[in-house]
Design a protein around this ligand. Sequence first.
Ligand code: HEM
Length: 444
Amino acid sequence: MYKYPNKISFFKLLLKSSTITRNPIPFHKEGFDKHGDSFAITPPFGKTIMLTRDAEIIKYMLRKNHRNYNKSKIQTKYLSKYVGKGLLTASGDYWLKQRRLIQPAFHKEKLQKLVSIMEVEIGKQLQAIKEDKKVDVYPIMNELAFHVVAKSLFNYSSDDTTMHRLQEIIEKLQDFIIREIRQPHKKWWYQVSGLTAKHMMLVQESRDIINKVIDERRLSDKEHDDLLDMLLKAKYEEDGTSMTNEQLIDEILIFFVAGHETTANALTFTFHLIAKNTEVLQKVITEVDAIDDNLPPMEKLAKLNYVKMCVEETLRLYPPAWITDRVAIEDDSFEEYNIEKGTMIGISFYELHRNEKYWKNPNDFVPERFSEENRKETAGHYFPFGAGPRMCIGNGFALYEMMLSVCAMLKKYHIETDQSEVKIAPLITLKPIDVTLKFTKRTS
Ligand code: HEM
């Protein structure tokens, strides 16, 4: 007999479906508050869906028994239609082979080379900020995060217009993927109206752009010290071969998709929270002011302890990858539950990170939770980058990028906000809405 956590009526869910599609977080919260840290929904046709904010279940599915839990079709099939079969969307043996090959490019010593590229790009992006008036922060962070990934991949020259076209295409594709996933009933219309075909042409155009960059690089004998150099040099253990252009394009598109919007969201939330909490802001300013501008970026990063705590606390309150899913491959039992093969499990990192069972005053912004003395307490229930073998490969990259951005920004500008709350849109990633800040040049 299968045994699930408390079940929510499917018909009640159906009645609220349009509100839930717009923002599922209040529905999730209500379900958890009423039924406990996990609850289930059984549609009349189809397998049970389970939602959880229980740290033990999450660790069991993502780490201990991860072999029994695959990503759902939303993450693999639908996403890969547009962005190819890279690490995020691949599964099984192929995923493992690619992860083994690519992982070394993200090791700390390799990131050392990338942080210099990152720092220069961040400095350049900050120059575009309009001073002394309220500005919308997200577009600035979106631009910054795109170009940091693009520069880290291709260390291209700044007059390269093809990168702007690539950015435009990737953003259009991401918007369309969201539309397809959120409004599956309109899929037929997207086909008939030619929208799907139009986006498939954009996919081809983006692949052609990247293909050209790879071909040029294969002919070049210069060292670029970027991710593309590392990916081109990486050799499969089994036979010493390296990736084909098609494989490289898949992985590169995934880095753009997985690494640009997530970081842009996180940076926007970080600046909002720091500006709102003036004591925190003061501590950050004291820390960044003590850092010598001429230090190599890796040495700066080692000194940015409080900035790191602020970024980590932001990722707790607003995890950009706010939810993930898994599907049980075989029947399974955990604690009091017996789960049927095919059950889909929604893992809400957003709710886990605000679960009162694990966090004191969970809705407050308290960077000190991540201090050297306290951080051990957070380890078992803090997963902004996921957990287990499919944990984010870019977590170090993202943390360094965010810490260097906070440092550069607050050395240059004083930031102010008059917003007490931030509005959120939980799409594929958790997006901030209409976050504004006033930037004033600091005088030394
Ligand atoms: C704040 C920024 C970021 C957050 C919050 C984040 C979060 C995550 C999470 C939660 C996962 C695991 C998903 C799952 O298990 O279902 C993941 C996977 C992944 N992320 Fe990130 N990520 C960030 C930045 C980046 C960056 C900068 C890159 C690359 C440059 C990147 C590349 C990837 C890739 C390739 C995967 C798939 C890994 C695999 O399955 O082997 N991410 N990310």
